[in-house]
Write a protein that binds this ligand. Structure first.
Ligand code: FAD
Length: 471
């Protein structure tokens, strides 16, 4: 199938009277972008992309009106939460309408162990309300906690802070229920639970618009940020692994970052870190601190910073804003030539694999590990930094990882499959044909729908024919 999109945006607009619409090209372009520029490859491919209009519904009824009208006029619709995705997930490849969900942002109700909210609710705000209500918080959040929406996290994210205890969003039980509106002549409202959630989770908004989210909650603590220094990256990696496996200690975050990254790029924390130190970035529950200190002393780690003991925290960001994709962001701000890769170092040979890749690539690919529970086992997810030179060299680095048994989830691709499992997700594909028969929701992101004959083993990058031409 080679699809291109022709539509009459004025006719759509005429049908949307009473709904907040933005058509100023500069503002529309702003809302058509996310953090795609993290990748020099995506920056080259997507920089020119823009929608024609932005619609900002105030409630679910307006969402339904917008979808119905867009369906009638064959206009592509790309949903947007906080716009913090970093694979171009929220970018309208074929133009059309941005469905800005920022004003559907209410926390509707809080119960023991769960919260019900609108999709545009910002995660830090949800926690503020659940903490005040009953001392509870979300199990998981991305490092973009302060600006990302819960709907965008479920549709475009994977896990983050809290994944060391709770695993990822993909783990059954980490999302309880989604209310979803379909893209049909008469949009339907579906309530998905259990395995059905997979139809819409991590589908980049290609399979329906999420209008309500029910998430599990856990006990909230005044988490203490801690940095622990090591003279050797592998010693830091072994420590992070051992800490993740210490069953009696309660931590919300364990990341390990290789020298020279912490001292060179963590500018706000630089005064606590010596040059040449690799650092573990941690969030520890207050009641675990004594035991944690004893553990760290035995493992010969040097405690460099504790947020509960710092004389002055002014200007010091929270520890999670040094971790996950924030590590890359901090490096990029100092050295724009830096990008990154996502790798999995699977147990039980993860430390050996990390050692191999460190030996093969050295400072061209400084190590960054996020320890998480994956299928119940403590696993090191690599978010290694890359000192980028050319796309060919980046591909070679990807190949080197794969040849050494470290699968790569390529963050330099805008499609679901190429960034993920490199195969068709049959459940999501079947649901897309049902929920979005014209293929108007976020076109170009699901290869299996756009080009069923695409061969994932041919090692070719998918080129979406509907991509707006540059210039
Ligand atoms: P957006 O970027 O607006 O959207 C994400 C996707 O969801 C898009 O495809 C969009 O079309 C779709 N979407 C949005 N709302 C809806 C809806 N209501 N219905 C259907 N589809 C919808 N990700 C992680 O998983 N973990 C991390 O730790 C993490 N850290 C990050 C750090 C930095 C510095 C950056 C730049 C990114 C990071 N990310 C991380 C990626 C991203 O921030 C998160 O996934 C975030 O949760 C996305 O939320 P958002 O509201 O910004 O979504």
């Amino acid at each position: 199938m080679t699809r291109t999109f022709t539509f009459d945006i004025h006719a759509l607009r005429a049908d949307l009277g009473g709904i907040e619409i933005e058509d100023n090209p500069a503002l529309v372009k702003q809302k058509s972008r996310d953090f795609f520029w993290y990748s020099p490859v995506l920056k080259g491919q997507l920089d020119h992309i823009t929608a024609d209009l932005v619609a900002t519904p105030k409630n679910e009824a307006e969402v339904i009106r917008i979808l119905k009208a867009a369906y009638a006029h064959d206009v592509p619709v790309t949903p947007r939460g906080g716009g913090t995705g970093n694979y171009g997930q929220a970018m309208p490849l074929s133009g059309g309408l941005i469905l800005n969900l920022a004003e559907l942002n209410k926390v509707k109700s809080i119960h023991p162990g769960r919260v019900i909210c609108e999709p545009g609710a910002i995660m830090a705000q949800i926690d503020k309300e659940t903490r005040a209500h009953s001392g509870q918080e979300l199990r998981l959040h991305p490092s973009t906690y302060a600006t990302a929406s819960i709907g965008g996290f479920v549709a475009g994210g994977s896990g983050g802070v809290g994944s060391i205890r709770w695993g990822g969003l993909r783990d059954i039980g980490n999302v309880l229920r989604l209310r979803v509106v379909t893209m049909e002549a008469e949009p339907r409202i579906l309530e998905l639970t259990g395995w059905e959630l997979h139809k819409v989770m991590h589908a980049y908004g290609t399979n329906g618009i999420i209008t309500e989210v029910e998430m599990p909650l856990t006990a909230a603590y005044d988490w203490v940020d801690v940095l622990v220094g090591f003279d050797d990256f592998l010693a830091a990696a072994r420590y992070g692994d051992a800490l993740g496996n210490a069953d009696g200690l309660l931590l919300k975050e364990i990341a390990v970052v290789a020298a020279p990254v912490p001292h060179t790029y963590f500018l706000r924390h630089q005064k606590f870190i010596r040059e040449g130190q690799s650092v573990a970035i941690l969030m520890v529950a207050p009641h675990s601190l004594d035991a944690f200190e004893a553990f760290t002393q035995r493992e010969k780690g040097e405690i460099l910073f504790r947020s509960d003991k710092a004389a002055d925290l002014k200007g010091i960001p929270p520890a999670y804003e040094l971790a996950w994709n924030h590590t890359t962001l901090r490096a990029l701000r100092v050295d724009p030539a830096i990008t990154y890769l996502q790798t999995m170092f699977a147990p039980p040979t993860h430390i050996e694999k990390i050692e191999t890749m460190t030996r093969l690539l050295g400072d061209e690919v400084p190590g960054h590990l996020e320890f998480v529970r994956f299928d119940g086992k403590i696993t090191a997810m690599g978010l290694s930094l890359v000192r980028y030179t050319t796309e060919a060299r980046l591909d070679e680095i990807v190949r080197l990882h794969e040849d050494n048994g470290c699968p790569i989830f390529n963050p330099h691709r805008y499609t679901l499959e190429e960034g993920g499992m490199k195969q068709t997700d049959e459940i999501q594909l079947a649901f897309k044909h049902e929920a979005d028969p014209k293929g108007l929701l976020n076109p170009g992101k699901m290869i299996a729908f756009e080009d069923p004959s695409f061969d994932f083993h041919a090692k070719k990058t998918f080129l979406f024919p509907g991509l707006q031409r540059a210039g």
